[in-house]
Ligand binder design. Structure first.
Ligand code: ADE
Ligand code: ZN
Length: 339
């Protein structure tokens, strides 16, 4: 199964670039930019990666992201992730970034977006990995700050495919950003939102009804509301689920109790993703493998997650077809009878 997953052509749809900041790169950038980290070694930093909930993780994630300061830093971060994609047979990825973490502490929006987009373009030219860029608003900041950020994103309309919503979910419902998302949609951006990670199923309804999103990020709490599950199945509204993240942040106490396979069997368009792999101990292949092993899935069942991710991507129908052909070619070889 490990070899099958490793070679399987895959698409990732829920990945925070700042969440790919490996401890080694964090220390390198801290030294490059004269940032003093509150950890004396890589080991002591890694030892702090014990998160009892989302907020405990976010506190460390935001602190780590402060070592990213120059255009080259954002380039290096993004390109390192794309090289990892190449190793993992990820053929297309739609990545999040959180510009407000950086603009709040004085790094210009252009520095952040410039470095990320330059790396994504090089990743396509040199590594053959296609991508989409999704700019997230921090939901614990104000509507006005989100509008200000959206105005800056409009200047990069050709480079940013969608806007999203992340950070502390509880107490920051989707409705707070209804007007910002309407502006984003009217400008032509696709929309996604984290909902139903720690927050209740009502947050997922909020993302659907107030934000009119094209995908829900996480969304696992939908199981608390059978009508919501019916809605997701009927409309084939995708969920970008992050199994290892959910276990690390205690959304589920054990991978064996995760609801992703239940949702798949009910007909929800679920996908597997890594969220913040440098912090949660696993990139995409490890997330696939954890689910496959916990639920004793067949190779055909595992391949459904890859097929779903192609369907749920923001690629054109023509490009989706090309990726689907690549997937089918791989499966043909895997399942060809040996004569
Ligand atoms: N899992 C997550 N939930 C909400 N915001 C995030 N930002 C980075 N990772 C996140
Ligand atoms: Zn996330």
């Amino acid at each position: 199964m490990k070899g099958f997953i490793s070679g399987l052509p895959k698409v990732e749809l829920h990945l925070h670039l700042e969440g790919t900041l490996e401890p080694e790169l964090m220390f390198t950038l801290a030294e490059r930019n004269n940032v003093i980290l509150p950890y004396s070694s890589i080991e002591s930093l890694k030892a702090a990666y014990q998160f009892h909930d989302l907020q405990a993780f976010l506190d460390i994630y935001y602190q780590g992201a402060l070592v990213l300061q120059t255009e080259q830093d954002f380039y290096d971060l993004t390109y390192a992730y794309l090289k990892r994609c190449k190793e993992e047979h990820i053929i297309h990825t739609e990545v999040f970034f959180d510009p407000q973490i950086h603009t709040q502490t004085g790094t210009p929006f252009d520095t952040v977006t410039g470095g990320v987009t330059r790396a994504l373009k090089d990743g396509e030219a040199n590594l053959g990995i296609t991508s989409g860029l999704i700019m997230c608003f921090l939901r614990d900041l104000s509507e006005d700050e989100a509008i200000e950020t959206l105005k800056q994103a409009i200047l990069y309309k050709d480079d940013i495919v969608a806007v999203g919503l992340d950070s502390s979910e509880s107490g920051n419902p989707p409705e707070k950003f209804e007007r910002v998302f309407a502006m984003a949609r009217n400008t032509g951006f696709k929309t996604v939102a984290h909902a139903g990670e720690e927050g209740s199923a009502d947050y997922i309804w909020g993302a659907i009804n107030a934000l009119k999103v094209d995908r829900i990020d996480h969304g696992v709490r939908c199981s608390d509301d059978p009508k919501l599950v019916d809605y997701l199945v009927e409309h084939q509204l995708p969920l970008t689920v992050c199994p290892l993240s959910n276990v690390q942040l205690n959304v589920f106490d054990d991978i064996a109790h995760h609801n992703i396979v239940d949702l798949l069997k009910q007909g929800v368009l679920v996908t597997i993703n890594s969220d913040d792999p440098a912090y949660f101990g696993g990139y995409l292949n490890e997330n696939y493998l954890a689910v496959a092993e916990a639920f004793d899935l067949t190779k055909q069942e595992v391949a459904r997650f890859s097929e779903n991710a192609i369907k749920a991507s923001f690629l054109s129908d023509e490009k989706k077809q090309l990726l689907q052909q690549k997937l089918e070619h791989y499966l043909d070889i895997q399942f060809r009878p040996i004569i």
